[in-house]
Design a protein around this ligand. Structure first.
Ligand code: CP
Length: 307
């Protein structure tokens, strides 16, 4: 695998292989000595045009654990602010020695463009592009589900809830989970979940409580992405909390085996209550931890290094 720009790049076998590698790396990450020589001499550049905590830091830790040199570049402090094009920025980074560019960008399709235009030889990994895709998030979510349930996710019922419209996490999860054989349902208000999502093979509901009555194995809450909304969301906030927040009352209707997930960053008190976020059924911090192992597996794969 030269690039990872979409979960559509993955077959069931290649996804399972990455997840198996990630599981092995997660065991390495629990050891006292975590460093491996796998990517010694390689250079990974994190090129972020949009803010991030989890993804950027976990890619940095992943590259460091594998002994790569890692450089972080943010758009605000780069020559992009002087009008430099994406092509010139990428070619400059490659001339400085980048073997892999990990890119986050607010516009959908930019990592695909960088991987496909032939401007550079380096590998490209999509760290989230606009409302389009976030493939490594979907992989770390799948790893978390494997750890909480079983390696074979066939038949697992995953309910994804909230601002689906603006969510690259929802898109990548839907596609990857379907590839892995899980059943995915989507629930959200009509304005944030158009019926066109049925075309992706998911059932769509505009009634959260009815969706919870289906007793999903996993409830994945999504952040309300106010920054991507065209109209002011603040006036609708109390209605959203009433109809779409995962509250303690709603959690109480689920079994003790239900796993609560959220890609982060979370808006406590909006899409998820603070009590639910900190409940033992919440896998939110396990997801964050798994980000390092999954990104180690992806970096090793795209840099085609044998273990
Ligand atoms: N889940 C996620 O992508 O979080 P960050 O924006 O903090 O990277």
């Amino acid at each position: 695998m030269k690039h990872l720009v979409s979960v559509r790049d993955l077959t069931k076998d290649s996804a399972l292989s990455l997840l198996q590698d990630a599981q092995e790396f997660s065991l390495v990450n629990s050891r006292e000595i975590k460093k491996l020589p796998t990517l010694r001499g390689r250079t990974v550049v994190n090129l972020f045009f949009e803010n991030s905590t989890r993804t950027r830091v976990s890619f940095e830790i992943a590259a460091t654990r594998l002994s790569a040199d890692v450089i972080n570049v943010s758009a605000e402090t780069s020559s992009v602010t002087k009008g430099e094009s994406l092509r010139d920025t990428a070619q400059t980074l490659e001339a400085l020695g980048a073997d892999c560019i990990v890119m986050r960008h607010p516009e959908a399709g930019t990592p695909q463009q960088l991987a496909g235009m032939g401007w550079i030889q380096a590998s490209v990994v999509n760290a989230g592009d606009g409302t389009h895709e976030h493939p490594t998030q979907a992989l770390l979510d799948a790893l978390t589900m494997q750890q909480r349930f079983t390696e074979d996710l066939s038949g697992l019922h995953v309910l994804i809830v909230g601002d689906i419209l603006h969510s690259r996490v929802a898109r990548s999860n839907l596609l990857l989970l379907q590839t892995l054989g899980a059943n995915v349902s989507l629930a959200g208000p009509a304005a944030l979940l158009p019926d066109t999502f049925t075309e992706l093979g998911a059932s769509v509901s505009h009634d959260f409580d009815a969706s919870l009555d289906q007793k999903p194995d996993v409830v994945m809450m999504l952040r309300v992405q106010k920054e991507r909304m065209l109209s002011n969301f603040d006036n609708d906030e109390s209605r959203y909390v009433r109809d779409w927040s995962l509250s303690s009352t709603r959690l109480g209707r689920l079994s003790n085996q239900t796993v609560i997930m959220h890609p982060g960053p979370i808006n406590r008190g909006l899409e998820i209550s603070s009590v639910v976020a900190d409940d033992p059924r919440s896998a939110i911090l396990q997801q964050v931890t798994n980000g390092v192992a999954v990104r180690m597996a992806v970096l090793r794969s795209v840099l085609a290094v044998q273990s």
